[in-house]
Design a protein around this ligand. Structure first.
Ligand SMILES: Nc1ncnc2c1ncn2[C@@H]1O[C@H](COP(=O)(O)OP(=O)(O)O)[C@@H](O)[C@H]1O
Ligand SMILES: [Mg+2]
Length: 482
C-alpha cells in the first residue's frame, strides 16, 4: 500500500515562532499509490476546511480542530468485516460472485458437511424464488455441472418442467451420455415398482409399508390412511412377501391387491366379529383406492421396475415433465424413486449424490415428506444431499414436517420473490437480517441471497460459463453452447 508520507518542508510564516498561528495548515502530502486503480485514496481529497483563527474558535465557529487520520477504503474495510470480508471462504466449488466484496463465493454441501469439524449439520439445500429468477440455472450449474467435475459425485434429478417436449434436464443428461428415464401417464414410458427389492433393502419392511400408505394417501385426495387401513396394508404385505419368498420374480402392486381385506391371517388376533368386519372394510377401501390409481397410472407402477431405471451414468434424470401437475403421480414417482435410490446406493458406497427435486414442494408439502424425514439418517449415511427447488414457502403449514425439513436445510439460495409475504417468509424462516426481505424483492435475474449454516447471508450473482449458459438458458436450449 502507500508509503509513509514525507514530512513537508516548512516554509514562510510557519517557520516564525510568533506568527505560526496565522499560517495556513500544513498540507498533508502522501504518495498516492493505487496500483489497481480501483481504490479511493483520500489524501488528495479536499476534506473539511480547517480554520486557524483562535477567536472564531472560541466562539464555536470551528470545523474539527484536529486533522482526521487519513484512511483508504481498504483500511476502513476492517471496521465492517462482516460485510466486506470474503464471505464464504474458499472451500468447495465456486458458486458465484459476492455483491459486496466482489470476491468469488465458494460452497459445496458435501465439502462443508464432510469437513472436520463439520461446517454444516445437514447437507440438504433449498433454492426458492419466483419463476424466471434463475433457480434452475443455479441448480444445473452448482448442483449438477460443477460437482460432476469432481470424482465420486453423482446426480439424480426429478425433472418436472417441460421444455421442447421433454424434461428441461434432458439435454444435460444426454451431455453426460445418459438417456432420461421418462414416465408417461399412458404407461408408454418407464415403470417403477413400489415393491422393488431395492426399497426393502433401503428402508426395510416398515419403509415398504410406509410407501404403500403414502401412495394410498396421495391417490385418495391426501386423506391419511387410518389405523385400520394401516393394519390391513401390513397384513397384505406380509402375506405377499411370504408368497414371493422363493420366487424369482419380484412382487408387484397387483400381487398385493388380492390380500387387502383378506382376514385369513387374523385368526390369532382375537378380533370380535365387528372388528374383523372393520378390518376387512378398511382393507377393501385401500384396495379400491389403489384400483383407482392403477386405472389411471397402471403402466407406471404396476409391474417390475424397468431396466432403464438405473444409476449407470453420473447424471440420472427421472423425466416426469409429462405428468399432470396436480396428479398424485408426480409425488408418487418422486417418493418411490427416492426410496428406490436409497436401496440402490447401499451397494455403491463412496459416492456423494445430489438428489434434485424441481418442484420440490411436492416432496415437502404432502405426505411424502414423512417418508423423506424417516429416511434422513440413512440418506446422510449414504452421502445424499437433497436439493429442493421451489417457488415459495408460504403455502407450507408452519408446524408441519415439511417446514421442519426446509428449516433443517443448511444451504439456502433465495431468488427474487415479488410478493412481500413470500420474501418475508424467507427472511423469517431462514433467519435472515430484517432488511433482507426487501433485498429479496429487488433481486435481478441471476442474483440471489445465499446463506449457509448460521453465517450472515450475502447477495450473490451467479456467473455461468459459456457452456453452462447454453445448458441453462431456457429459451435457447443447447444451441447457444455450440
Ligand atoms: N446467473 C444468470 N445470469 C444471467 N441470466 C440468468 C442467470 N440465471 C438465469 N438467467 C436467465 O434467466 C432465465 C430463467 O432462468 P431459470 O433458471 O430457468 O429460472 P427459474 O428456474 O427460477 O424459473 C434463463 O433463461 C436465463 O436466461
Ligand atoms: Mg426452473
Amino acid at each position: 500500500m502507500s508509503t509513509t508520507p514525507e514530512t513537508p518542508r516548512k516554509r514562510g510564516l510557519s517557520t516564525l515562532p510568533g506568527l505560526r498561528r496565522f499560517a495556513p495548515p500544513t498540507p498533508i502530502t502522501a504518495d498516492v499509490i493505487d496500483a489497481e486503480g480501483d481504490e479511493f485514496l483520500p489524501w488528495a481529497a479536499p476534506g473539511s476546511r480547517l480554520r486557524v483563527n483562535d477567536r472564531a474558535a472560541a466562539a464555536g465557529f470551528y470545523a474539527p480542530s484536529e486533522a482526521g487520520a487519513p484512511s483508504s477504503t481498504r483500511q476502513a474495510a476492517v471496521l465492517n468485516t462482516a460485510l466486506i470480508a470474503q464471505p464464504t471462504g474458499t472451500d468447495g466449488l465456486v458458486i458465484g460472485r459476492d455483491g459486496l466484496s466482489q470476491t468469488a463465493a465458494a460452497h459445496d454441501p458435501s465439502t462443508a458437511y464432510n469437513a472436520k469439524p463439520r461446517r454444516i449439520t445437514s447437507p440438504n439445500v433449498v433454492c426458492m424464488g419466483d419463476v424466471g429468477g434463475g433457480k434452475s440455472s443455479n441448480t444445473k450449474c452448482n448442483y449438477v455441472a460443477r460437482p460432476l467435475t469432481l470424482i465420486n459425485r453423482r446426480v439424480v434429478v426429478f425433472d418436472k418442467k417441460e421444455e421442447n417436449g421433454e424434461g428441461e434436464y434432458s439435454p444435460m443428461a444426454r451431455a453426460y451420455n445418459s438417456e432420461p428415464i421418462r414416465f408417461a401417464p399412458d404407461g408408454s414410458g418407464s415403470r417403477i415398482n413400489p415393491l422393488d427389492k431395492n426399497i426393502i433393502r433401503g428402508t426395510g419392511a416398515r419403509g415398504q409399508a410406509r410407501i404403500i400408505r403414502n401412495i394410498v394417501q396421495l391417490a385418495d385426495d391426501n386423506k391419511p390412511v387410518d389405523k385400520w387401513g394401516r393394519e390391513a396394508i401390513r397384513i397384505a404385505l406380509r402375506r405377499t412377501f411370504a408368497q414371493f419368498e422363493d420366487r424369482r420374480r419380484t412382487a408387484t402392486l397387483a400381487d398385493v391387491l388380492p390380500h387387502l381385506g383378506d382376514l385369513a391371517d387374523t385368526d390369532g388376533m382375537g378380533l370380535s366379529p365387528s372388528a374383523r368386519d372393520r378390518l376387512h372394510q378398511a382393507g377393501k377401501s385401500v384396495l379400491f383406492t389403489l384400483h383407482d390409481l392403477l386405472d389411471e397410472y397402471g403402466g407406471m407402477f404396476d409391474g417390475e421396475t424397468s431396466r432403464d431405471v438405473d444409476l449407470a451414468a453420473k447424471l440420472t434424470s427421472f423425466d416426469i415433465s409429462g405428468l399432470n401437475e396436480d396428479s398424485a403421480a408426480v409425488p408418487v414417482v418422486m417418493s418411490i424413486g427416492y426410496q428406490w435410490l436409497l436401496g440402490r446406493l447401499k451397494s455403491e458406497t463412496g459416492t456423494f449424490t445430489n438428489v434434485i427435486y424441481e418442484e420440490g414442494w411436492h416432496m415437502v408439502a404432502g405426505p411424502s415428506v414423512r417418508l423423506l424425514q424417516s429416511s434422513q439418517k440413512l440418506s446422510r449415511a449414504l452421502g445424499i444431499s437433497n436439493v429442493f427447488v421451489m417457488h415459495k414457502g408460504t403455502d407450507i403449514p408452519v408446524d408441519s414436517v415439511g417446514m421442519a425439513m426446509l428449516q433443517e436445510a443448511q444451504t439456502i439460495h433465495v431468488y427474487r420473490q415479488s410478493h412481500a409475504k413470500d420474501a418475508q417468509w424467507c427472511q423469517k424462516y431462514f433467519s435472515f437480517a430484517p432488511e433482507t426481505a426487501e433485498a429479496i424483492m429487488n433481486l435481478e435475474q441471476g442474483e440471489q441471497i445465499f446463506k449457509y449454516a448460521s453465517n450472515p447471508e450475502i447477495r450473490l450473482r451467479h456467473l455461468r460459463s459459456e457452456w453452462e449458459v447454453g445448458l441453462t438458458n431456457t429459451d435457447t436450449g443447447m444451441s447457444a453452447g455450440n
